[in-house]
Design a protein around this ligand. Structure first.
Ligand code: SME
Length: 210
């Protein structure tokens, strides 16, 4: 059985302007049925299909625009409005030895996390993705939204230098798996390939591992 997503009706409406391609939540399903409870019943699709659609949405979204803040803002919004079961999606950006809150969707969050602290700081320190199936079991987890049950943080690189991290939170336990990790890493690669990053936002080259 392929991994499956179930879309939240609250996130499946038209959230994009006419010049922006439909999000996967809109484009993957040609037709939807709803029950009396308002839940869609025929909206199960494979993760791979969703992420393929997301790549298709991302490319035109950033085409012709290389501005860092514009592109990462749209990226956070695209993920938040396309992927099911997220309550927070956004960036923390490297500033010296800290990660400072960047563009995000969700509830207001802590504005500064030291490298090495929490899930975000751990991912930045290790320069590796961190998947947390149960945030309550992660030592030092920083609570920003009490609804969060699981979390995935990925480091963001530009030409091998750390820029910050992407943080995704879910109200479901064990929401994220290796497919999410690998596919979102590919999306981040597409994002950063098409985005100029100001020098002050990059880690010194000596700190980079890739
Ligand atoms: N939980 C994160 C903090 C950021 S919020 O979840 C938005 C952490 O432990 O680093």
């Amino acid at each position: 059985m392929p991994p499956e997503f179930r879309y939240s009706p609250a996130r499946s409406g038209n959230t994009t302007g006419s010049h922006i391609p439909p999000s996967p939540a809109q484009s993957v399903h040609g037709r939807r049925n709803s029950t009396h409870s308002g839940q869609f019943v025929n909206d199960y699709v494979s993760k791979a299909a969703v992420y393929e659609q997301l790549q298709g949405s991302l490319r035109p979204l950033i085409r012709g625009q290389t501005d860092f803040l514009a592109n990462i803002s749209n990226f956070a919004a695209l993920l938040f409005n396309s992927l099911p079961n997220l309550n927070w999606a956004g960036f923390y950006l490297l500033r010296g030895t800290d990660l400072v809150l960047g563009p995000f969707q969700g509830k207001p969050a802590c504005s500064c996390i030291a490298i090495g602290d929490g899930v975000c700081g751990t991912a930045a320190l290790q320069r590796a993705a961190v998947l947390v199936p149960d945030v309550h079991a992660f030592p030092g987890h920083i609570v920003c939204d009490e609804a969060s049950q699981s979390e995935m943080v990925l480091p963001v690189f530009k030409e091998g230098r750390l820029v910050g991290v992407l943080d995704l939170d879910s109200p479901l336990p064990a929401r994220f798996d290796e497919i999410d990790r690998d596919c979102i890493q590919q999306l981040l690669q597409t994002l950063m390939d098409g985005t100029m990053v100001p020098e002050f936002r990059l880690a010194p080259p000596t700190q980079s591992r890739r």
